[in-house]
Ligand binder design. Structure first.
Ligand SMILES: NC(=O)C1=CN([C@@H]2O[C@H](COP(=O)(O)OP(=O)(O)OC[C@H]3O[C@@H](n4cnc5c(N)ncnc54)[C@H](OP(=O)(O)O)[C@@H]3O)[C@@H](O)[C@H]2O)C=CC1
Ligand SMILES: N[C@@H](CC=O)C(=O)O
Length: 505
């Protein structure tokens, strides 16, 4: 935890263990990289620069104030500081450096204002950090998935985000795991993200930590910590309440925690700091519609006092893609074999780790359960309402997803017949989900639609979610776009991480 008050008298930084009692005068806090410790962005970012805290004391020296305003102009800093300097008609006449005792090279004596600003100018963090303190955040990423997977795409996006924001936020990834292995930075120094690939994890990693050990490891860092769960593991999701109670934040595209037994949903949100609890924040935008703003939209509707009456749409990127290819609307598209399209969707990273979880309708049922719960309905589980499965009966007993995929082509004709029958009626089949709040009715399954219906004309892996609410009336608020894929899903997860950072920094 790091906290500061701009005009306060105490500064606490649990990370750097700095505690300074400030004089009773008005002052501005400036964080400056310690001279010689971070002379380049790369060095500063990876080397964990030591920070000094300078207390810019406002004196009554009015003569300098205009000059200071002028000199600060053009710096990438807060214009309010400039105007505040002018407004107060006070010069920043001296700078006191108080350096925490644990810094390797303490700066003991006061420096002149312009010496210290020169130091700040030369050190990459100093410039942007006027008026701010860098928040130190530790990140644990669970599920570094292979090619096409969300975990890998997330790491690339996070690395890019860290580089773009190193001046104001210090983010260190200190734990990366897949189911078989994990790399742990025991001293909490940042792991080099670009070098982390699944194969390396197997080669150099050790066994993953148990959840209690991971919680302890993150707590011992003394910093804010975020766990990114990129798995589809229900076992991990069942431990979210423990992470949250320990003050650890969670960002995840894993639907299991929010769509399984209702007691788990209740436990998660009872513990979470964004609801009634006092624990960490939990965000799960990508659990519905991948990166599309579906969860944030429904939350905004409800938080602002609207009431959701009905939701309907296409909630599966895989099944959207499947039917758009296999039973295209209009004459133009040539139908493809069902099994061929399922394989393509799997290779493109649209399906769940096991594609049967898409084809049995459970992925859509889980998404609808999440939206219904957010709308205020008590849904015991995703199997508590009608869900149509597309898995051919004889394949329900397949012992693995590999065996299932190998045998699926045997049922292409059966699926093709369904599409042909609809076509004779001038319709197309699409996999649709809907819920109605008043009647508490949810259903998931195939529907025959006119070829001109907005759902029938979707393209690629598009999802469409229509929110019918009290305010929007009969003209729904519609969210539409690609609803699956590693990059898009990772984008939703990173946007959750940013929401957490905004709340804790
Ligand atoms: N792909 C998409 O378009 C979307 C995906 N999602 C969700 O994102 C999540 C990930 O999907 P995706 O990347 O496609 O799936 P993948 O199968 O590519 O990756 C899942 C990863 O989870 C790892 N894993 C499983 N259990 C554990 C565990 N207990 N501890 C550590 N690692 C574990 C696996 O590791 P290992 O390889 O070692 O077994 C695997 O690498 C899922 O919850 C999915 O529902 C949400 C929206 C869209
Ligand atoms: N398998 C899912 C992935 C996103 O949730 C889908 O196809 O929509």
């Amino acid at each position: 935890m790091v906290s500061h008050r701009e005009h306060g008298h105490r500064i606490h930084s649990a990370h750097s263990k700095i505690m300074i009692s400030a004089p009773a005068r008005r002052e501005s806090l400036v964080k400056i990289t310690q001279p010689g410790k971070a002379s380049s962005p790369a060095e500063g970012r990876t080397g964990g620069p030591a920070y000094a805290i300078g207390l810019f004391q406002a004196s009554a020296d009015a003569a300098d104030s205009a000059d200071i305003g002028q000199r600060l102009q053009g710096w990438p800093t807060d214009s309010s500081m400039i105007s505040s300097c002018r407004r107060r008609q006070a010069a920043l006449s001296r700078v006191l450096f108080k350096v925490a005792q644990r810094l390797p090279t303490p700066i003991a004596e006061p420096l002149s204002f312009w010496t210290s600003t020169a130091i700040a100018r030369n050190s990459f963090t100093g410039i942007n950090s006027l008026h701010t303190m860098t928040k130190d955040i530790k990140v644990a990423i669970i599920a570094l998935s292979g090619v096409g997977g969300v975990g890998k795409a997330f790491i690339a996006q996070l690395d890019n985000y860290i580089q773009r924001n190193h001046a104001t936020i210090s983010i260190s990834v200190v734990y990366v795991a897949r189911s078989s292995a994990a790399i742990i930075s025991r001293d909490y120094s940042p792991l080099p993200l670009t070098a982390i690939v699944p194969e390396k994890l197997d080669a150099v990693g050790g066994p993953p930590l148990s959840v209690p050990d991971l919680i302890q490891f993150l707590k011992n860092s003394g910093s804010e910590a975020i766990v990114i769960d990129n798995t589809s593991s229900i076992e991990l999701a069942r431990q979210y309440p423990d992470f949250l109670k320990a003050g650890i934040h969670i960002a995840t595209p894993n639907k299991k925690g929010f769509s399984s037994e209702e007691s788990l949903w209740n436990d998660i949100f009872a513990a979470a700091g964004n609801n009634t609890g006092s624990g960490g924040y939990v965000f799960h935008e990508s659990t519905v519609g991948a990166g599309l703003p579906v969860i944030s939209t429904i939350k905004d509707l409800i938080d602002t006092g609207d009431e959701v009456e009905r939701i309907e749409g296409v909630f599966s990127g895989t099944l959207s893609f499947l039917f758009n290819q296999f039973a295209p609307a209009g004459e133009s598209g040539a139908a493809k074999a069902f099994s061929e399209v399922v394989k393509f969707a799997k290779d493109a990273g649209y399906t769940e780790p096991d594609p049967r979880d898409d084809l049995n309708g459970m992925d859509v049922a889980r998404k609808l359960t999440i939206l219904a719960r957010l709308s205020g309905l008590a849904i015991p589980s995703p199997t508590s309402f009608p869900v149509q499965s597309l898995i051919p009966k004889p394949l329900e007993s397949a012992s693995s997803s590999q065996e299932f995929m190998a045998n699926l082509p045997n049922y292409d004709a059966e699926m093709g017949q369904l599409a042909e029958e609809a076509k004779k009626e001038g319709k197309v089949i699409r996999f649709v989900g809907s819920m109605d709040v008043a009647s508490k009715a949810l259903k998931v399954g195939l529907e025959k639609l006119d070829a001109s219906h907005p759902i029938a004309t979707l393209k690629g892996s598009d999802n469409v979610v229509a929110f019918y609410t009290k305010r929007y009336g009969d003209r729904a608020l519609v969210v539409q776009g690609a609803g699956a894929g590693a990059d898009l899903t990772a984008m939703g997860v990173l946007s959750d991480v940013i929401k957490i950072i905004e709340r804790i920094k």
